[in-house]
Design a protein around this ligand. Structure first.
Ligand code: ATP
Length: 199
């Protein structure tokens, strides 16, 4: 699996629709300061479901929408789509190519799509569990992140190893099941209370 393409439109400094094509190997993005190199990484983080504006170097989520320049009007939406080659089927879907899209409008409306079909953020998160690619994954290492990992708490570092070992999806499922069990136990207590009131 590898990243084949990033299409950005209206995202941060990319007012026009732009396609970045990648090949199976090393690609470097170079350019002068402030030309938008880090915005490419932000675009990938964002499409993978980043919910923190701070992580994207903004104050609120609407800051990712192109805000205009002296010569260009602001846009009303931001859209990013990444296409991954999935011919090795590392992503648990039947497609040989997977395109994940996220759009956000100034009105606050937003949408996620997998191969053109609307989906929930949860579907995207689940598709990327244990691949290292999700927004919590280790495939995007931002500036200063290595220091953060090295000086972080052991539990935080453990999360990276869990992802690499492929056990995150089982941990998430376990947590969901424990929550359901707790809810059911709560229901059982209520039923017992009602029964004791009736008898
Ligand atoms: P450096 O080499 O200094 O790290 P860089 O090439 O990584 O820089 P970025 O940080 O990716 O550059 O891009 C910063 C540019 O993006 C700034 O010029 C900033 O004005 C522009 N920018 C960020 N958000 C928006 C937005 N919503 N609308 C328009 N331009 C934006």
């Amino acid at each position: 699996m590898y990243l084949k393409n990033i299409e950005v439109h209206g995202f941060k400094s990319f007012a026009q629709k732009i396609n970045f094509e990648f090949h199976n190997g090393i690609t470097g993005i170079v350019g002068p300061n402030g030309s938008g190199k880090s915005n490419v990484g932000d675009a990938v983080r964002w499409v993978l479901g980043e919910q923190s504006a701070k992580q994207l170097r903004g104050g609120n989520m609407q800051d990712v929408i192109f805000s205009g320049t002296e010569t260009r009007k602001p846009l009303s939406f931001a859209s990013v789509a990444i296409t991954l080659d999935n011919s090795d089927h590392k992503l648990p879907v039947d497609f040989n190519e997977v395109t994940v899209t996220r759009r956000l409008y100034r009105s606050g409306e937003s949408e996620y799509l997998i191969n053109g079909s609307a989906c929930r953020l949860k579907d995207i998160n689940e598709m990327f569990y244990d691949t290292g690619i999700g927004k919590e994954g280790y495939s995007i290492i931002g500036q200063g992140q290595i220091d953060k990992i090295l000086s972080g708490k052991p539990e935080e570092r453990r999360e990276l190893f869990d992802e690499a070992a492929g056990i995150v999806k089982f941990k998430r499922r376990k947590a969901t099941t424990i929550k359901k069990l707790q809810d059911e136990q709560g229901n059982l207590v209520r039923v017992t209370d009602i029964l004791s009131e009736l008898t």
